[in-house]
Design a protein around this ligand. Structure first.
Ligand code: SAH
Length: 371
């Protein structure tokens, strides 16, 4: 029997990326440096180059012995991400990059400059297994998890781009990272946590971001939320709720059939109790689907009955994805939705939709075949 050629056969080989400095613990870095015939203290020098000077280029590392520098760096810093496409909008203040991974798999990240901060939206998985029908990435299915270094490299390269004036000229510091790119971060828990720890570790062991400026966004994988709550980190949790009732949420966020609205909200509240960090509730407003006044009231009630000042709602007008039957809520309905939440003493701010014209806004990250 001859197998018919399939798209699958033509697809690039998908596999584990090579082990990188950013995948290693401090001890493993020392060991790797020793294995390469160098003194242990070189590990610290490499960390300073990588995390503080944001370079993985041997030519920049002039304090390492010239004769063996290239080999050492090549072994520890295999290139994991190469840019294959970049597009800017919002006067150069939003930049989307399409990265090619070592196996040809493509992922995207989006860098956004604001007057007071620079935020990177990172990808944690190639594709996503959560299948939310309004999300472009959700339609792709899951290709594979990213390694910790593949996730962290997005931030290292963005931090370098910020420093070098990529956002409208003036040098800036990358200040915020949100796990709102492709993938479900809590379904790739270990790699995401390793990356988070490098984002917040002080230099020269990490980028030194404030933990509260790192946001992990989830569909509501309850056991993983509880695990995250126990890590002793001050990172911000965002819960993608999108409906206050199980009937509709099970359609919009299919994992709801496993962990219900109430179970997800209870876990979010436990996260607040453990960390003191106010949780964000994400709510994509979809016209005549989840934007009714009664749903705003039900959401307000469910949040208010769990406590005071523990939560904040981020409604975002839906970014319609190609072929979707859904569209964004009208501004007046959106305002009424927010007003009703406020009546329940639940703070709510409409989230901006940066980059929607370059398919760089929330839920639009999917790889176009033409790229
Ligand atoms: N898997 C994580 C991260 C996904 S992206 C999660 O679901 O939280 C971050 C946010 O964008 C999520 O709240 C997601 O539901 C939302 N989103 C997805 N598609 C969208 C769309 N088309 N319009 C607006 N928001 C969308």
């Amino acid at each position: 029997m001859t197998a018919a050629p399939t798209l699958q056969m033509a697809a690039p080989r998908r596999g584990k990326p090579p082990r990188h400095f950013a995948d290693m613990t401090t001890d493993e870095r020392v060991q790797a440096v020793r294995d390469a015939g160098h003194d242990a203290f070189r590990a610290r020098q490499l960390a300073t180059h990588y995390f503080t000077h944001l370079t993985a280029d041997a030519d920049d590392m002039t304090d390492l012995p010239a004769s063996s520098r290239d080999a050492l760096v090549a072994g520890l810093f295999p290139p994991l991400l190469s840019p294959s496409f970049e597009i800017a909008t919002d006067d150069g203040e939003t930049v989307k990059t399409l990265w090619s991974l070592h196996d040809g798999v493509k992922v995207e990240s989006v860098l956004m400059g604001y007057p007071d901060r620079a935020t990177l939206c990172v990808t944690s998985q190639a594709g996503c297994g959560m299948a939310c029908p309004f999300c472009a990435t959700g339609q792709m299915g899951l290709t594979r998890n990213l390694s910790a270094a593949e996730i962290f490299e997005q931030a290292r390269l963005a931090a370098r781009a910020c420093r070098d004036g990529a956002l409208g000229g003036a040098p800036r510091r990358l200040s915020n990272v949100v796990f709102m790119g492709m993938g479900e971060p809590l379904a790739n828990y270990n790699a995401v946590l390793t990356a988070v720890r490098m984002l917040i570790a002080p230099e020269p062991d990490g980028l030194g971001l404030a933990a509260r400026h790192v946001t992990v966004s989830t569909v509501g994988l309850v056991p993983a939320i509880d695990r995250l709550a126990g890590e002793g980190l001050q990172v911000t949790l965002a819960l993608s709720l999108h409906a206050p009732d199980d009937e509709l949420r099970s359609e919009l966020v299919p994992i709801n059939t496993q962990w219900s609205v109430d179970e997800a909200l209870d876990a979010a509240k436990r996260y607040f109790d453990a960390t003191g960090r106010r949780v964000s509730i994400e709510y994509a407003l979809i016209r005549a689907v989840n934007d009714q006044a009664w749903r705003a009231d039900l959401l307000g009630e469910k949040l208010a009955k769990r406590g005071r000042a523990w939560v904040h709602v981020n409604p975002i007008p839906l970014n319609p994805t190609p072929g979707s039957k859904w569209t964004a809520t009208k501004p007046a309905v959106e305002r009424e939705f927010v007003r009703r939440l406020t009546e329940h003493a639940i703070p709510a701010t409409i989230r901006d939709t940066r980059g929607s014209d370059i398919d760089g806004a929330c839920g639009q990250l999917a790889i176009k075949e033409s790229l």
